[in-house]
Design a protein around this ligand. Structure first.
Ligand code: BG6
Length: 494
């Protein structure tokens, strides 16, 4: 695809995300030869830096760039494309200064007016910045395009997400808005789409007739990582479920789109969100389990409890774990339970989607109950150890018909000659090329919020417990009771 000449303007340029993810991603694009001939990055934030001092910070002294060991020449050439402009987001005049600065950089580099504005700031500034840009006419251009990337969290609940959408849409058109969800940039997440729709063996089975249940886990072993202030007002439901996990649900559950383009795919995902069976308050009590980690000794290390973490309010009830069971009421999925869970301070870091197929109707080899009852399972490992695992029964050699479950296991790292781009690298390039397929559309963001909002409201009423779980375990025991049925549990990946 063609990548036009352009300037990437990053708001929140002195922040953590810019240094850890955004500049390194652009650097990878540069090293891979994906940047257009005429290109610049302009960092914008409140702090005062000269261009030189900013280059020093985000390139020459940035550990996430240095560890790539690209060599001094590459670093210098890359740094030449980086500029910095201080700006007070609340002062409308300073957007004029920004506009002039962009024009100067634009002319010097011969870029012709295409700009991406990337909002990597606290969410409270999103509306202010969009309005500031629009106030000085940076939101539109006659013979060039303007795009706006908005980081998560997109809204705090349904009401604020709607309000944010309408404020942004007052300044930009929907086609200009790129709501980022970095899970969609993960190669293995995109591969789910290919696994389903490029192969003829899965899709015919991908429905209520053959699938018993779907399970999605996004476990993290880390705790708050100095993000207590943000996390304590968010919690796992807002931080992981409303966005990342629901995006995975949509990719597992969507109908085949008419075309592999942004509108067709996003239309189908939207229908999944519209088909989520709404919870009643009673459903929430039994089908949504929230938990919070407690201090514990893990592999010889004393880990603090959530309430002892920096930035967490005393007696906080914020959940660091959520498990839930829900249904998608449509023709394909009627009656198939979806189980999803996510948490911090769990035993390991793993994200996976597990499709549990129904057992055979007739157990031909049922003389040994423990062996004959195996369900076929397809495990899509999103991270780490990316790949796909299919479990099925084979005959144990020798007399009789004894069976055993075996694995057919594909690991991405076996494709050694294939470069797997990072999520931000992929997503930024897509936006540079005007492809919004892997970004969330406003209506589906609101639909996902609508479902989550009912849970948030029920929790606010405060008669639903927050269960404690020791750091380093798989969350509250109550979550096990969500999955009902003989010999059925969550899958516990090691
Ligand atoms: C972020 C959340 O969006 O995703 C973090 O805010 C979480 O709390 C992170 O740790 C997980 O991302 P990944 O790519 O490490 O699975």
């Amino acid at each position: 695809k063609k990548t036009d000449d352009q300037i990437l303007v990053i708001f929140g340029a002195s922040g953590d995300l810019t240094e850890r993810k955004l500049i390194p991603a652009v650097f990878d694009l540069y090293c891979g030869g994906f940047l257009p001939e005429h290109f610049a990055v302009t960092g914008v934030s409140r702090s005062e830096y000269s261009d030189e001092a900013y280059r020093q910070k985000v390139v020459f002294e940035n550990e996430f760039i240095l560890k790539k060991e690209a060599g001094e020449d590459k670093l210098k050439a890359f740094a030449d494309a980086i500029f910095y402009q201080p700006l007070d987001t609340k002062n409308t005049d300073s957007y004029n200064t920004l506009k002039q600065r962009l024009q100067t950089i634009d002319e010097a580099k011969g870029i012709c007016g295409n700009y991406i504005f990337y909002l990597a700031t606290p969410p409270s500034l999103y509306e202010t910045i969009a309005e500031g840009l629009s106030h000085v006419g940076l939101n539109k251009a006659e013979n060039a395009w303007r795009r706006l990337i908005i980081e998560k969290p997109f809204g705090y609940d349904l009401e604020s997400a709607k309000q944010l959408n309408s404020k942004l849409l007052a300044c930009f058109d929907e086609e200009q808005l790129y709501r980022i969800d970095h899970y969609l940039g993960k190669e293995t997440v995109q591969n789910m789409f290919v696994t389903r729709f490029a192969n003829s063996i899965f899709e015919p089975l991908w429905n209520r007739n053959y699938i018993h249940r779907v399970e999605i886990t996004a476990a993290e072993s880390v705790g708050l990582e100095k993000r207590g202030g943000y996390y304590d007002s968010a919690g796992a439901l807002r931080d992981m479920v409303q966005n990342h996990l629901f995006q995975l649900v949509a990719l597992v559950a969507m109908e085949p789109p008419v075309k592999a383009d942004a509108e067709s795919i996003r239309n189908e995902k939207m229908k999944v969100f519209q088909s989520l069976r709404p919870y009643t308050k009673e459903d929430i009590k039994t089908n949504v389990i929230r938990g919070q980690y407690l201090g514990s000794k893990v592999r010889g290390e004393d880990l603090p409890g959530y309430r002892e973490e920096e930035g967490v309010k005393e007696g906080s009830k914020t959940e660091t774990y959520v498990a839930m069971k829900f249904f998608i009421d449509n023709w394909r999925w009627g009656g198939v339970p979806f189980y999803i869970r996510t948490g911090k301070r769990l035993p390991t870091r793993v994200t996976e989607v597990v499709i549990h197929f129904k057992p055979n109707h007739h157990h031909l080899f049922a003389h040994d109950k423990s062996l004959s009852n195996a369900h076929n399972t397809l495990v899509i490992r999103i991270q780490p150890n990316e790949g796909i695992l299919l479990k099925f029964d084979m005959k144990i050699p020798g007399a009789g018909f004894r069976t055993e479950t075996v694995n057919m296991d594909f690991h991405y790292d076996e494709l050694t000659d294939v470069y797997v781009p990072g999520a931000y690298e992929r997503l930024i390039l897509d936006c540079m090329q005007g492809d919004a397929t892997l970004y969330s559309r406003g209506d589906s963001t609101e639909s996902a919020w609508q479902f989550v909002d009912t849970i948030l409201k029920a929790w606010e009423e405060d008669d639903i417990p927050v269960y404690g779980y020791p750091a380093g375990t798989w969350g509250p025991e109550h979550a096990d009771n969500l999955i009902e049925g003989e010999n059925m549990t969550w899958r516990y990946p090691c």
